[in-house]
Design a protein around this ligand. Structure first.
Ligand SMILES: Nc1ncnc2c1ncn2[C@@H]1O[C@H](COP(=O)(O)OP(=O)(O)OP(=O)(O)O)[C@@H](O)[C@H]1O
Ligand SMILES: [Mg+2]
Length: 265
């Protein structure tokens, strides 16, 4: 396995051509069967990458590896030119199906400021409070800041979790199915928020809503144990079926959108 040095990360200057995540020859096994096999992909500093694919294809596992919650069984993941341990502070992560006790007596503000936690038990600073307020405002939930987290709708809770991921001002935002609780009316404003955020950070998001891809994202990858990088969305959707053995069905759930079936072997 290639050794990655834990280089100190310098101030990140915006350079759209810069690679911020480099994944090379990645393998991952929970048990004896590989869940991810020979994955190679780069994420660029201004990327807006959608990862699509069937249930159980390994999408959540890949994000957990990038954020350092799992360790690769083989291959390398380099984040911001350094190891994950060094690079993870620049990553905001919203897990799929976040579970926490909604009866626990904390407010929306308390949940979001947790995103600024740096791993040491110090009091939050004035800057932490200011950045948290800014983030709540950016995500459009400032008026909910004192609301108890048990008193939110599913879509509002989803925004709180995105705000928590954003609170540390990441340079890379990883979102695992962020739209699963968002109704079709709110979807457009949600994607517009992501487009706005993409001006200052790379976004990698997992979705089953392929309809969004044709409008908002820049690049598309399909993951089903192996990763099929389709690159620029231009033309990629139309070519999926014939070029990558990636069947595309049209489904209608209120608005027309597409989902992908299983890749051929
Ligand atoms: N902790 C675990 N231990 C063992 N196997 C696991 C574990 N977590 C996930 N798996 C298995 O790894 C495979 C990939 O799971 P993963 O959650 O990454 O898929 P996914 O693409 O995110 O699916 P979905 O679209 O349903 O969220 C699945 O076969 C799953 O059963
Ligand atoms: Mg998943």
């Amino acid at each position: 396995m290639e050794n990655i040095k834990s280089k100190k990360i310098q101030n990140i200057k915006y350079n759209k051509d810069k690679i911020i995540v480099r994944i090379k020859d990645l393998f991952f096994y929970y048990t004896g069967v590989p869940v991810l096999e020979d994955i190679n992909i780069s994420v660029w500093q201004n990327d807006f990458l959608a990862i699509i694919g069937p249930n159980g294809g390994g999408k959540t596992t890949l994000l957990k590896l990038i954020v350092g919650l799992l360790k690769p069984s083989g291959g390398i993941i380099e984040v911001f030119g350094s190891s994950i341990e060094m690079g993870r502070r620049l990553i905001g992560y919203m897990p799929q199906n976040s579970t926490f006790d909604l009866e626990f007596p904390i407010s929306v503000f308390d949940v979001v400021i947790m995103g600024r936690y740096k791993g040491t038990m110090v009091r939050y600073s004035k800057k932490d409070v200011k950045e948290t307020i800014n983030t709540l405002d950016t995500v459009g939930i400032l008026k909910l800041k004192d609301r108890h987290i048990g008193e939110l709708s599913g879509g509002q809770l989803q925004r709180v979790l995105i705000a928590r991921a954003l609170a540390r001002n990441p340079k890379l935002l990883l979102l695992d199915e962020p739209t699963s609780n968002i109704d079709t009316e709110m979807l457009q404003s949600f994607y517009e928020l992501l487009v706005k955020l993409n001006k200052r950070m790379a976004i990698v998001f997992i979705t089953h809503d392929v309809g969004a891809i044709s409008v908002y994202v820049k690049n598309v990858a399909c993951l089903n144990r192996k990763l099929y990088y389709h690159g620029s969305k231009e033309g990629s959707l139309g070519k999926l079926a014939e070029a990558y053995k990636c069947p595309v069905e049209i489904l209608a759930h209120g608005i027309p959108h597409r989902v992908l079936g299983r890749h051929g072997k």
